[in-house]
Design a protein around this ligand. Structure first.
Ligand code: SF4
Ligand code: SF4
Length: 185
């Protein structure tokens, strides 16, 4: 499988929960809603291209609503950070149910030139203090990555389906109707 460990230890600086926009998949949204009772219409927001950096223009999860592009994100306050960050403890209030992206951060998949899995490295461009005083096992990260990849593929299919039916006046929140009824049945 490649490198079996990566050197890192989280020092709970909160940077990732305060300064990084988290993009959940519909699976993450459903899990959070079902397990915590939180309302997706309250904890999500839909960002325009000028409100987020680092998402490629051709990313398959851009929603089209009323002719505009939006991406689904966890709501975030510029000063206080993620909607789910507990201001007092400075820990995630939904830790057991947090999105896969939060579980993977700050690790990033490294591939060989021909696209085979090589290992995990630490993100370079997101400002996480890269403390090297710990050792993280790659296997659970790999399982999580494979699981997230499947979720991302389903997500892209759902978005393509949604985008194929744009109509005047539609809001990006309508995307939730494709899967959120499951929570309230
Ligand atoms: S930014 Fe890095 S060190 Fe800080 S809490 Fe997040 S993962 Fe941990
Ligand atoms: S869901 Fe939790 S772990 Fe993820 S960014 Fe928000 S507070 Fe941090």
């Amino acid at each position: 499988m490649g490198t079996r460990t990566v050197r890192f230890r989280c020092h709970h600086t909160n940077h990732c929960c305060r300064d990084v926009v988290c993009l959940p998949t519909p699976y993450d949204v459903l899990r959070i809603a079902l397990e915590t009772g939180a309302n997706p219409y309250e904890f999500l927001e839909f960002l325009r291209p000028n409100e987020i950096t680092g998402v490629a223009k051709n990313d398959p999860t851009w929603l089209i609503a009323d002719g505009q592009r939006y991406i689904m994100a966890l709501k975030r306050d510029e000063r206080r950070g993620c909607y789910f960050l507990n201001r007092r403890t400075r820990y995630c209030s939904i830790y057991e149910h947090r999105p896969n992206l939060c579980r993977l951060y700050p690790f990033k998949v490294q591939e060989t030139r021909d696209g085979r899995f090589k290992g995990f490295v630490l993100h370079r461009d997101v400002g996480c203090p890269r403390h090297r005083d710990g050792v993280v096992d790659v296997k659970p990260l790999y399982d999580l990555y494979m699981n997230d990849r499947m979720h991302q593929e389903d997500y892209a299919r759902m978005v393509a389906d949604f985008n194929a039916r744009d109509c005047p006046g539609r809001r990006p929140e309508s995307f939730l109707e494709l899967f959120i009824e499951l929570v309230y049945e």
